[in-house]
Design a protein around this ligand. Structure first.
Ligand code: ASP
Length: 350
């Protein structure tokens, strides 16, 4: 890497899980299907110019990320944990559809990161003309290898690198299915931007309190979470089924604006019944930007009084991952609720 002596010996592990970046059109039915990983690296010979060692790991099977399940997050987190001492940074090639969920999940499962974990992918397969995959991959590797003068990683966080922007993973949402700016981090500016050089927004990047503290792996996840998106015309049956479902320990309420929902009697009474029966209810806004504040409007206040917790400016993806993680810690609901409203990995601004 240019101008960065301490990155000379950087060792990067590229982990290939699947997604468009590594797909090719199957001539038999014209659909995109995953192809062999070695061919992906052949498409980015520029990687050979970096003064860092690149190792690779391919998941089996490689998948379209719409098939991602929490088990894949557990495998990914375990792999990074097992190979942590061998590498200076990790780049995960992943489909864009669920990348924001996976990046959010890993941010909670890996506590005390001192090394970069960078998710990337592409909107066009890496082998086709005008692909965004090559730039995304090259920038990700450069960022994963970047160190400061003391030899510490410049970005020891779980991030998504896409279309020249490096974003905190648990702040990111997929917003576009066909242009190259597929992701946005509306509530937090990018941690870095790649232009002629890569400009790091160092004041925003989280650093560990103690660089020598070992990484903690939290693999257990409790997935008993449902999401209720509030909309005009929503019926008592739907609200009841989701909020009071037997298999549900927590519900994310995706509300309007700054955290508002209907204050109709039937709605509030179901919310209260759910809260009183021990369900964890978390308020997250449907808006791409801005925060929940249940003290502004009477309708928001009614939710707060009914026992709904504040999700602040969390994305839905991050709220889901945080609940899976906190509920998986084996603690009771009071502990989960207290931690839910704390900023654990830079996922909310308070
Ligand atoms: N369906 C693909 C996936 O998420 C889309 C992509 O990679 O962009 O795996």
């Amino acid at each position: 890497m240019k101008n960065n002596k301490s990155a000379d010996k950087a060792s990067i592990l590229i982990i290939y899980t699947g997604g468009t970046i590594g797909m090719k059109q199957d001539p038999s039915d014209l659909t995109l299907k995953p192809f062999d990983f070695s061919q992906i690296l052949d498409e980015a010979p520029e990687l050979g110019k970096f003064a860092c060692r690149i190792d690779t790991y391919t998941f089996n099977p490689i998948i379209d990320s719409s098939d991602v399940e929490p088990a894949l997050w557990q495998q990914l987190a375990q792999l990074i944990y097992d190979r942590y001492d061998e590498h200076d940074g990790f780049v995960i090639l992943h489909g864009t559809d669920t990348m924001a969920y996976s990046a959010s999940a890993l941010s909670f499962m890996l506590e005390g990161l001192t090394k970069p974990v960078i998710f990337t992918g592409s909107q066009l397969p890496i082998g086709v003309p005008r692909t965004d995959g090559r730039e995304n991959l090259i920038s990700s590797v450069e960022i994963a290898a970047a160190k400061d003068g003391e030899g510490h990683a410049l970005v020891p966080e779980v991030c998504i690198c896409f279309d020249n922007m490096l974003m905190r993973g648990n702040r990111t949402t997929k917003v576009n299915s066909d242009n190259f700016r597929a992701f946005r981090s509306e509530n937090l500016p990018p941690l870095a931007e790649a232009g002629i050089s890569i400009r790091y927004n160092t004041s925003l990047i989280r650093k560990p309190e103690d660089w020598s503290r070992p990484l903690t792996l939290h693999k257990d996840l409790d997935t008993r979470v449902s999401i209720l998106k509030i909309h005009p015309g929503i019926t008592p049956q739907v609200v009841r089924n989701i909020l009071l479902g037997d298999q549900t320990r927590a519900v994310i309420l995706e509300t309007y604006g700054s955290g508002n929902a209907p204050c109709k009697e039937w709605f509030i009474s179901i919310v209260k019944e759910a809260a009183n029966s021990g369900k964890i209810l978390m308020n997250v806004t449907q808006c791409l930007g801005g925060s929940v504040n249940m003290d502004i409007y009477a309708n928001g206040k009614t939710l707060k009084e009914a026992g709904v917790l504040n999700g602040y400016d969390s994305t839905t993806e991050s709220a889901l991952a945080k609940l899976f993680h906190l509920m998986g810690r084996g603690e009771n609901n009071t502990w989960v609720k207290t931690h839910l409203e704390l900023d654990l990995r830079g996922e909310i601004s308070k």
